[in-house]
Design a protein around this ligand. Structure first.
Ligand code: CMP
Length: 133
C-alpha cells in the first residue's frame, strides 16, 4: 500500500551536512519526499511532538537537543513507507543498527541518532498533521 510517513533529519544530521546523503538514500529506496521544510523547532514544538515520551528519563535532553538547531522535516511517500523508512533508518540505538542503515552509518549515540521516523501508520498521520497540517 502506498503510505506517507514523517521523517526528520535531526540537528546532528543537518550540522554534519548529511541532508543530501540522507535524502538520496530514501530516493534510492523509492521513498520520495512530497513535503520538505527546514525549521528550527522551539522548545514547545519539540515538547509537543514528543509528548508520548513525557516523564521518561531522556525527555528533557531529547527536547533540548531537537530544539538546539534546525532540523529537516519531510513527508516521505512510497510503498509501505512507514516500515520501509524504519528499515532504512535502523534501530534507535546505533549500536544495534544493521550495517548499511542510516543510523549505523551516521549516528553517534542513541540521543544523537540523526533521523526520526514515524513508528506506525497511525502515528505517521498524527506527526504529519503536527508539522504540516
Ligand atoms: P526518536 O525516533 O526520535 O524518538 C525518541 C528519541 O528519544 C529517540 O529517537 C532517541 O533519539 C531518544 N532516546 C534517548 N534515549 C532513549 C531510550 N532509552 N529509548 C528510546 N529513545 C531514546
Amino acid at each position: 500500500m502506498i503510505e506517507r510517513t514523517l521523517s526528520i533529519i535531526k540537528p546532528d544530521g543537518v550540522e554534519r551536512h548529511l541532508i543530501g546523503k540522507i535524502i538520496s538514500k530514501f530516493e534510492e529506496n523509492e521513498l520520495y519526499p512530497v513535503r520538505i521544510e527546514m525549521k528550527h523547532l522551539t522548545q514547545k514544538e519539540a515538547e509537543g511532538f514528543y509528548d508520548v515520551h513525557v516523564g521518561k528519563p531522556f525527555f528533557n535532553e531529547l527536547v533540548s537537543f531537537m530544539s538546539s538547531s534546525p532540523v529537516v522535516l519531510m513527508v516521505l511517500e512510497g510503498e509501505d513507507a512507514v516500515a520501509k523508512n524504519r528499515k532504512i533508518m535502523g534501530a534507535t540505538n546505533p549500536a544495534n543498527a544493521e550495517e548499511g542503515t542510516l543510523r549505523r552509518m551516521y549516528a553517534k549515540s542513541i540521543d544523537k541518532n540523526t533521523v526520526h521516523g514515524s513508528d506506525s501508520l497511525e502515528n505517521a498521520k498524527k506527526e504529519i498533521a503536527y508539522f504540516f497540517g
